[in-house]
Design a protein around this ligand. Sequence first.
Ligand code: ARG
Length: 394
Amino acid sequence: MKKIVLAYSGGLDTSCAVKWLQEHYGYEVICFSAFIGEVKDKTKLIKRAKAAGALKTFIVDLKDEFAKDYILPAIWAHARYEGKYPLATALGRPMIAKHLVEVAEREGAEAVAHGCTGKGNDQVRLEVGVRALNPDLKIIAPLREWEFKTREEEIEYAREKCIPIDVTKKSIYSIDKNIWGIAIEAGILEDPMLEPPEDAYVMTKACDKTPKKPRYIEIGFVKGVPVSLDGKKMPLVTLIDRLNAVAGAYGVGRFDMIENRLVGIKSREVYEAPAADVLLKAHDELEGFVMDREFIHYKRVLSEKYAELVYFGLWFSPLRKALDAFFASNQARVTGKVRIKLDRGHAICVGRESKFALYREKLATYSKGDLFDRTAATGFMKLWGLPYEGMYKS
Ligand code: ARG
């Protein structure tokens, strides 16, 4: 019998998809779940997939791979879509695509499937990824095809087919979460003028509920990699987890934006990404301390492009790879530490230190011991202004 590998989340959509793929396409369904956020109930997930009719279920903890191969390059790139969103979901999808393809090849499946809707960016990221890696695999998106128009119809189908589901637990929002952040959409958030109610937030405290006293933290970097928190060394995943808790308690990393989706619509998105916000700021700060002006200014343009590529589902593209090489090229200098003040919703860089610093107090000072040759400034200005002399004389 022909086989298909389904990216399975354990939710209503993908649980119905297991059965639907069997009934409509006659596939044997292999479920694949990647853990890149909090670890869900493994036994329950497997049980539900089985009840829906899955042939087998693979669950893999991919947090380390996610941190090393996707988050770290995004930190180096200072990647934020439209200047805000740190791309948590967008970075996760290409990794899931890669693993779907691997499982399909290993299991001899002829197709892969996913539970994305036809309106979002995630379908693009998954499908472009799969096609880049193995164009022979068929791709099926049940949610774009099936007859269910409402959630109630899906619930009815699940009941009919004896698929166990938690109907009561469904959030009023659509949520996607991993260690790099959470995306919260839909429900009342679709009114762009309405402030998101507090119950929409999962990882961050409201500003008026944060501790009164600021907290100072120190992030240590070695060759661009964040390696320690307050002097304590830890693996990147642990550091991210801790920062999510610590900075989240201070309300850091909330974003409320109208975002331009690849499929042409504007959508209202609410994000929480405490660790991402802190680490992106800290890395930016340290890099700015050890790199020259030309590099930093030019890089800002490329960061924008990089974020767009990732958001648009073009992770598997030569330009993304080339940009990664560009951003990686100077990380050896990004060694040192950054001091951050967490204070009522803000993460502010208040100190930086590095043996590669290009900052020279003796050149910058307005006090005693100034080594800057101000007599050279006269000649500099003469030549710098030369091309423009008289240009706007009336
Ligand atoms: N708009 C964000 C993005 O495109 C978040 C998507 C959230 N995905 C989801 N399945 N709820 O990256």
